[in-house]
Design a protein around this ligand. Structure first.
Ligand code: EPU
Length: 433
């Protein structure tokens, strides 16, 4: 199992490039199910979750070509044949976003068999709203042996009101609605840029969608969709992680290929914490030392609020800020797995329910730490970049799910970070995980 060895203390200087958004790429790949034609997606990040989605679609009979070399970020999908419209547990258990195939499969193939995702490191993560929405659109849903089976000759438009804002729930039902008979009105939708990205692809495929990116989306179902060639937006969470990497190391970093308009809440909070940020252009943001880092509270919210996917990384920064920062996690019930590892590095953090109180500034000292989920791993990388000495991060496969070659990108701007395969891992340790 690979580990990172990181020696802290180097300010990051130079230009670092952001890859395409994993959380846009996943629903956009699922959208290819909706047509017999070829869908070509550009700016697909080379991360583990994308490979998992390729395997998922291929297991259903789709042809998915992930580019290599020069065309490494282009993916060509063709779902002409869907011989086996099923998402097997072996794949769903490794990637919860697999449930994104539910809506498109019922819409296109008239049936779907999808393994029920269990809980995960950050919380329960049910899919009840996906199920209720499809039922309202006329699907019959049964559950047995850990699988959910949905059937409908043709889905029909419906009035759907989400009881809670859900990103993949909005995306899944949007994909169901585009081929449904008649009009679907969706209320209390997620407004995340990833939903807008998906809607733009669907529109390029011939779908009729109004209001994506707002809480109310109106869809006029069409009989068929055609192929499209579409470029995925930059990953706003990777960009935010790099802004914090620049800030925490006191560096001078240009974050390129990003979309500055998607980073509003993160940039505002970093400025409040004393970081100097200049927006150099629509896709380029510079971070450099401003005043001394000072405490600033965050409270995670749906877009355009402060993203839950940046909470762990922000907490690493808060350990270096003067004063008390209160971090409230409102989206997931158990997203503080990074706290104990940060505390092992010397951070002063107390957790009470959904609230973590961080007292700074503390000197972090390098040690061996364990990654528990994607964003928790990013938080530990950031802490290690500023810690005194050499840290060893275990289980970096979590990082590989969503960050493309981050060690190469960070090393390119001066970080001392190396990936090591299997260091210190005994056969027992490998087998135990
Ligand atoms: N929820 C329900 N019922 C549902 C669906 C969701 O109760 O049917 C609850 C969840 O338990 C949670 C809240 O609603 O408390 C929000 O969950 P949401 O459905 O929005 O999360 P998601 O769609 O499963 C996506 C991202 C996550 C990101 C969240 C929140 C993808 C593939 N994943 O998850 O990304 O944290 O939205 O913004 O888009 C990550 O990239 O590290 C990651 C976890």
């Amino acid at each position: 199992m690979d580990k990172y060895v990181i020696r802290g203390g180097n300010p990051l200087v130079g230009t670092i490039r952001v890859s395409g958004a994993k959380n846009s790429a996943l629903p956009c790949m699922a959208a290819a199910i909706l047509t017999e034609d070829e869908v070509i997606l550009e700016n697909i990040p080379q991360v583990r979750d994308i490979e998992t989605e390729r395997r998922l679609l291929a297991s259903m009979g789709a042809e998915v070509e992930l580019g290599t070399g020069e065309s490494g970020h282009r993916t060509t999908l063709c779902c002409r044949t869907l011989s086996d419209p099923e998402a097997k547990y072996e794949i769903v258990k490794t990637m919860r976003a697999s449930s994104l195939v539910l809506g498109p499969l019922v819409a296109r193939a008239g049936m779907a068999r999808v393994a029920m995702p269990g809980g995960c490191a950050i919380g329960g993560r049910p899919i009840d709203m996906h199920i209720k929405g499809l039922e309202k659109m006329g699907a019959t849903i049964t559950q047995a042996h850990g699988y959910l089976e949905a059937r409908a000759d043709r889905l029909r438009g419906a009035h759907l009101v989400f009881s809670k804002i859900t990103v993949t729930g909005t995306e899944d039902l949007l994909m169901a609605a585009v081929l449904a008979q008649g009009e679907t009105l969706m209320e209390n939708c997620a407004c995340e840029p990833e939903v807008t990205d998906l809607a733009a692809l669907l529109t390029a495929m011939g779908a009729k969608i109004l209001g994506a990116g707002t809480p109310t989306i109106r869809v006029l179902g069409v009989d068929r969709l055609h192929g499209a060639h579409y470029r995925i937006n930059p990953d706003r969470i990777e960009a935010g992680t790099f802004l914090i990497a620049g800030a925490i190391t006191g560096g001078d970093l240009i974050v390129a290929n990003c979309n500055a308009t998607h980073l509003g809440a993160v940039i505002a909070k970093l400025r409040e914490a004393g970081v100097r940020i200049d927006i150099l252009g629509p896709d380029t943001v510079r971070v450099r030392p401003g005043n001394r880092l000072r405490a600033a509270d965050i409270s995670t919210e749906e877009y355009p609020g402060f993203p839950t996917d940046m909470q762990a990384q922000y907490m690493a920064l808060a350990t270096q800020a003067e004063g008390v920062s209160v971090v409230t996690e409102n989206i997931f019930e158990n997203r503080f797995m990074h706290v104990q590892e940060l505390v092992r590095m010397g951070a002063d953090i107390k957790v009470d329910g959904r609230v973590a109180t961080v007292r700074g500034a503390t000197r972090l000292s390098a040690t061996a730490v364990m990654c528990s989920d994607l964003r928790a791993s990013a938080s530990l990388v950031l802490a290690a970049l500023v810690a005194d000495g050499e840290s060893i991060l275990d289980r970096v496969y979590h990082m590989d799910r969503g960050y493309e070659r981050i060690e190469e990108k960070l090393a390119g701007v001066g970080a001392q970070i190396k990936r090591m395969g299997n260091i210190f891992a005994s056969k027992d340790e490998v087998a135990a995980v």
